[in-house]
Design a protein around this ligand. Sequence first.
Ligand SMILES: NC(=O)c1ccc[n+]([C@@H]2O[C@H](COP(=O)([O-])OP(=O)(O)OC[C@H]3O[C@@H](n4cnc5c(N)ncnc54)[C@H](OP(=O)(O)O)[C@@H]3O)[C@@H](O)[C@H]2O)c1
Length: 397
Amino acid sequence: MAPSRALLSSTTTCTRQLRSLRAPIKPSQLRSISAYGYEQAKCLAFDKYGEPKDVLRLHSHSISPPHGDLVTVRFLASPINPADINQIQGVYPTKPSFTTSLSTSEPTAVGGNEGVAEVLSAGNKVKDVQKGDWVILKKQGFGTWRTHAQTTMENLVPIKNKDGLKPEQVGMVSVNPCTAYRMLKDFVDLQPGQWFVQNGANSGVGRAAIQLGKLWGYESINIVRKRDSGMEELKQDLQSLGADIVVTDEEFEKKDFRDRVKEATNGGREPIRLGLNCVGGSLVNSMAKHLAPDSHMVTYGAMSKQPVQLPTGLLIFKNISFDGFWVSRWSEQKPDEKERCVQEVLDLTREGKFKDMPMQPLTWNWETKQDQLVQAVQGTLEGFRSGKGIFVFGNEA
Ligand SMILES: NC(=O)c1ccc[n+]([C@@H]2O[C@H](COP(=O)([O-])OP(=O)(O)OC[C@H]3O[C@@H](n4cnc5c(N)ncnc54)[C@H](OP(=O)(O)O)[C@@H]3O)[C@@H](O)[C@H]2O)c1
């Protein structure tokens, strides 16, 4: 006899019941055993905007078996990106959906915007995926910091070939690499041998730009923030990805750096035609001064929270264009191109031509505590990190 919904909606009761049926069970196995097709799920959720440490709560709920066009997935890996924090703070343009569908008393949203999940089961009207397939999210705002979810295919993009790929690689493909890809291709028709200059070069986007740029024959000047230790290692790390010049912000601002640029660009005959701005502030003016006439400076991030002031001389006499790029808008406008971009980066990853960025993974098991999860999120906007935070889910199928 199938148990009542009331029983199934209580994670604790269900877990206790399962424990008595199967013994012995390790703590890490406690959840995720499906009973009668129901999935026990956890998510990191918030019902008001604020600092992650103040508003994020670990919430348990159950998911009924899918029917019709519904698909039940379990997450495999979900990164923690700077924009996710801004979204929880309420200062990001894409707002998450607040809903009571997860059996919360207040309308609640799940954190996280990017990730990869595995299909566990699907209703009889679902044709595009089957059990075991991997999917990523079509848009921002879905909420990816959760062990399981139930949705429809209009929110999902199937990964056509997952062979040779790790969940962490697929879970991080749709934001940073696609942003770097489009910024390198869509603003300037850069030719092999021509240069781009970027700040925040050790960010996820910056690392992707270095690698894609090198594959396409572009040369790059890469600016990173000066740090007290590990500077040489960082320079070598970025050079190993294909960075031609790596400098600190301080070195970049020095007068003699102009001579170095002149020499590297063959006296300007191999022009710097594109700038990528992750950081903001006065550094952007200095970068723009190195650009050839008719070049573009594309802003995609504001990590320093400092405004960019447009240098009028460069606008008037060199016709430098200052542009912005937002991958979310581009993805909504060009979903087919987005899929092609994702596919191409995954192919490069499989071939070993596109390397992972350094990560700080946190394994999210059934027994992982709220504090551990929230701490991983809260640290994201602190600078000088050794890698990007990413939840790697240990919930077995
Ligand atoms: N517009 C878009 O479509 C789009 C897409 C993706 C990302 N983004 C934005 O791009 C930025 C980077 O994202 P990501 O995922 O690549 O980041 P990430 O991998 O987490 O790296 C963060 C970067 O920001 C730097 N940083 C941190 N605090 C800073 C500060 N106070 N001043 C200057 N630099 C600072 C870090 O340098 P240190 O190592 O020196 O701390 C690091 O290079 C974020 O603002 C994000 O929202 C925008």
